[in-house]
Design a protein around this ligand. Structure first.
Ligand SMILES: Cc1c2[nH]c(c1CCC(=O)O)Cc1[nH]c(c(CCC(=O)O)c1C)Cc1[nH]c(c(CCC(=O)O)c1C)Cc1[nH]c(c(C)c1CCC(=O)O)C2
Length: 355
């Protein structure tokens, strides 16, 4: 395997030495690197234009379109990393799960998974199922030059939540009913999702992704003891499965203040933090040896420029003592965010942290 944490292989040396990858490895950086979750998407007029009339899932399967959309925020904002344009449900769609992404709603699953028989909907993912991903990443890495590409996948719990609920959910009641009511079926479901997720991340790394992020967006709905018992084994399996490549592994969830230590323990190199816990406190909770990513509240970008700068400076001050900090929002860019506010934010962080 070529990319095993060495500056050679698929990854050009300049990419390996980029501020983003150096920060993930907790090495000294020329400036704090910045990227934004959901940096590609509805906040950008150029995104809305190229997506016109093309359903979300279809857009994820067109390599040229994926390449263009992924590059848009890199060109416009000068962020330090690109994130592959896709969605967490793409690998599920690719193995034949009957689902769609409804505009303004999110992923909707035709036949929710609630019994052992329903598990038959989930077969293993092969690289051929997602050949468009390999193709798109080939195009992308050629265009990106030294800017690293982040691959991603949904974590077993967050994927299970969509599959069991049948769509977005506030309380995750069916998901928790299954988790508490049939621990064996639950473990089998998460294990199967861990294998699908691992295979999907491997495809992206093999194609040239320089880092991966596992999105466990909704896992903050769980208490630590339940996380440890019912989620951690599956998420650990995913991190373990991609360990051999040596690319940084980022782990992120929303509302995970009480879970930060466990998110690291699951096997992440970088722990993503939402805006509810300051980064110095997050570092104490995560413990030594891990980089942190975050954590400006995405809603702050709707405030006047001076307020954005003051809140950004608070994040930078809290991160000042950390060996590895990747600046990001505490969750995804909100669709009505003013794009210029994001460009200014990148400039501010770069300027203020230039070493
Ligand atoms: C929970 C989750 C989903 N998808 C994703 C997550 C984890 C990240 C998070 O916590 O936000 C991951 C995701 N989805 C998308 C990306 C793009 C890459 C990037 O960050 O720039 C990423 C990283 C594109 C998308 N995924 C989706 C859109 C919007 C659809 C569109 O533009 O038409 C985009 C750009 C659809 C989607 N897909 C999902 C939701 C909640 C939605 C939004 C529904 C809506 O408000 O319309 C499920």
């Amino acid at each position: 395997m070529s990319a095993k944490g060495s500056p050679t292989g698929k990854q050009p040396t300049a990419t390996y030495d980029s501020a983003f990858l150096r920060a993930c490895r907790r090495e000294p950086v020329p400036h704090t690197p910045v990227w934004f979750m959901r940096q590609a998407g509805r906040s950008l007029p150029e995104y809305r234009k190229v997506r016109e009339g093309i359903p979300m899932l279809e857009s994820c399967m067109r390599p040229e379109l994926v390449t263009e959309i992924t590059l848009q925020p890199v060109r416009r904002h000068g962020v330090d990393a690109a994130i592959y344009f896709s969605d967490i449900v793409v690998p599920l769609k690719a193995i034949g799960v009957d689902l769609d992404i409804k505009p303004g709603v999110g992923p909707v699953v035709e036949r929710p998974i609630r019994t052992r028989a329903d598990l038959a909907q989930l077969r293993d993912l092969t690289p051929e199922d997602v050949s468009y991903v390999t193709e798109a990443i080939g195009l992308l890495t050629a265009e990106l030059g030294e800017t690293p590409l982040i691959g991603f996948a949904g974590a077993p719990f967050t994927l299970a939540s969509y599959l069991v609920e049948g769509g977005p959910s506030r309380n995750h009641e069916h998901t928790k009913a299954l988790m508490y009511g049939d621990p064996e079926l639950w473990a089998d479901l998460l294990d199967r999702l861990a294998d699908i997720t691992s295979a999907f991340l491997k495809v992206q790394i093999e194609a040239g992704a320089s880092a991966v992020q596992l999105f466990d967006s909704w896992v903050g709905a769980l208490a630590p003891a339940d996380y440890r018992r019912s989620i951690l084994p599956a998420s650990s399996k995913v991190f373990e499965a991609v360990a051999e490549y040596g690319v940084p592994r980022i782990h992120f969830g929303v509302g995970t203040g009480e879970l930060l230590g466990l998110l690291g323990e699951a096997g992440a190199d970088v722990v993503g933090v939402d805006w509810r816990v300051p980064l110095d406190e997050a570092a104490r909770r995560v413990g030594p040896g891990k980089a942190l990513q975050g954590n400006l509240d995405p809603a702050v970008l709707f405030a006047p420029r001076e307020a954005v700068e003051a809140k950004t400076q608070e994040v930078l001050d809290a991160a000042a003592g950390l060996a590895g900090h990747v600046f990001n929002l505490g969750h995804g860019v909100l669709p009505t965010t003013e794009p210029d506010a994001l460009t200014r934010l990148v400039e501010y962080v770069h300027t203020r942290t230039a070493r």
